[in-house]
Design a protein around this ligand. Structure first.
Ligand code: UD1
Ligand code: CA
Length: 463
């Protein structure tokens, strides 16, 4: 078997992004651009993967984490050719083909790369470059062919003559090259172009003039090879990727009532026969079970949602777990660390944070539950507040099974309410309550008959 090395170029800042952040760290469908490219490359099972880093090298390296990936530092970004030169020490003992891809082409698939490598090997060429026909060749390098259709060279937009600019065949920035030729050619690059950079693209003309077998391979799907250079291109590609993800999940048996308004991150999973309403955002590592219903206007991030869960209109849920048959919303806020046991119900204007809500327990209206553990079959009345913060520290509240918390209760943590307690309405509970008790605050209720009329008369006199 021929050996295969992969080089991923990811050192550039990406000037046209006008960002303090390295371009490959910008996200598409919630995932850094580079992660997707790297994933496509690793699935080829190459002998070696080297990522060229420069701008924010530490962050980029952290992102690539995991075995099998090596790094080469390009200290100064002097062009794509200079970037590949930086990997040479990693390939000193290597004989075979090197696949070069850019870290800013996130829709690239393993299938396309594989087909490209196969064609390179089948034809036994020294250099293959992957190209595509675009209606609008924009700022891509143009592929110039000779009269007999053979590839001759690649010309960057900024260096191109008018006739060359009219060419619609573009360089995707993906190459497969014999290692020995590659490193020798890189040594011969000259920065004689509009940008004063060492262009990797110049190795094509070098191979041709040396009489080495060279080919341009057309990509079947031009949508896959788009590079991101600006925020606008990022936004356009996000649209493309979102359309793909929606189609994928619909094909897998998920109903999207208004697909264009559902936003799905790369790592989200959704179970069969789940129905998702308009304006739903599924972010991060969210997983959604089967036969769920999400009514709409939901922002759900890093949540684990079981089967047959009903999420009513308008909620924000983050880093939380929703057991099977739970119900949340409308207008609910589950903050990080919330765990809802099966059949728990969280209703309107309820906020829950870092809390466990037991099976079949309900908090249906206007409550704040923080740093709390609640048993099963309990009911949290309207207006209940866990006072978890004393201005210095957070404290925990424990509420047992079958506890009935009356409306307008304040629970001053740290506190434990044992099983089967009844808390009367409008009680401030400051001490632990033993199982089976009733707890209330003594207060006298007074009624002054005729008070309103007397008061109004008095006020009228003042005028
Ligand atoms: C490059 C190609 C162009 C092609 C296009 C495809 C060159 C000269 N041009 O242009 O023909 O059509 O890709 O998308 O190669 N990088 C480094 N170090 C550097 C410069 C760049 O690591 O010194 C990395 C960038 O981080 C990026 C990739 O190389 O991931 C491509 O660089 P970019 O500046 O985007 O090249 P393009 O102008 O798009
Ligand atoms: Ca680019």
């Amino acid at each position: 078997m021929e050996r295969l090395g992969v080089v991923v170029l990811a050192a550039g800042l990406g000037k046209r992004m006008h960002s303090a952040q390295a371009k490959v760290l910008h996200r598409l469908a919630g995932k850094p651009l580079l992660s997707r490219v790297l994933q496509a490359a690793r699935r080829l099972h190459p002998d070696r993967v080297v990522v060229v880093v420069g701008h924010q090298a530490a962050e980029v390296q952290r992102l690539c984490g995991g075995e099998g990936v090596e790094f080469a530092v390009q200290p100064e970004q002097r062009g794509t050719g200079d970037a590949v030169r930086a990997v040479r020490p990693r390939f000193h003992d290597f004989h075979g083909d090197i696949l070069i891809v850019c870290g800013d082409t996130p829709l690239l698939t393993t299938g396309t790369l594989n087909g490209f490598i196969q064609q390179h090997r089948a034809r036994k060429v020294t250099l293959s470059v992957l190209t595509a026909y675009l209606d609008d060749p924009a700022n891509y390098g143009r592929v110039i062919r000779t009269g007999d259709g053979q590839v001759d060279k690649i010309v960057e937009t900024r260096d191109a003559l008018a006739a060359e600019l009219a060419v619609r065949e573009i360089n995707t920035g993906i190459y497969c090259v014999r290692a020995d030729f590659l490193f020798a050619a890189l040594e011969r690059l000259q920065p004689l172009n509009a940008q004063g950079e060492y262009y990797l693209t110049d190795i094509v003309a070098q191979a041709v003039s040396a009489g080495l077998p060279t080919q341009a391979v057309l990509a079947a799907d031009p949508a896959e090879i788009g590079g991101i250079n600006s925020r606008e291109e990022l936004a356009i590609m996000e649209k493309t990727r979102q359309a793909q993800l929606r189609s994928h999940w619909m094909a897998a048996g998920v109903t999207l009532e208004d697909p264009e308004t559902v936003y799905i991150d790369e790592d989200v999973t959704i179970g069969q026969d789940t129905v998702i309403g308009p304006n739903t955002h599924l972010k991060g590592k969210t997983t959604i079970g089967a036969r769920c219903r999400i009514d709409g206007s939901a922002y759900i991030e890093n949540c684990r949602i079981g089967d047959e869960v009903h999420i009513l209109f308008s909620v924000v849920l983050s880093d939380s777990e929703l057991g099977n048959h739970t119900e949340v919303g409308p207008f609910a806020h589950l903050r990080p660390g919330t765990v809802l046991a099966p059949r728990a119900e969280i209703g309107n204007f309820v906020e829950v944070k870092k809390s466990f809500v037991g099976e079949h327990t309900k908090a249906k209206h206007l409550a704040y539950i923080g740093d709390t553990e609640i048993g099963r079959d309990a009911n949290i009345g309207a207006g209940t507040i866990t006072c978890n913060y004393d201005g210095f520290r957070k404290h925990r509240t424990k509420i047992g099974d079958r506890v009935q918390v009356g409306s307008d209760t304040t629970l001053v943590a740290p506190i434990t309410i044992h099983d089967d307690v009844y808390i009367a309405t409008a009680t401030t509970v400051r001490h632990d309550v033993p199982a089976g008790s009733l707890v209330f605050n003594t207060r006298r209720e007074e009624v002054r008959e005729g008070w309103t009329a007397a008061k109004r008369a008095k006020e009228a006199e003042k005028k």
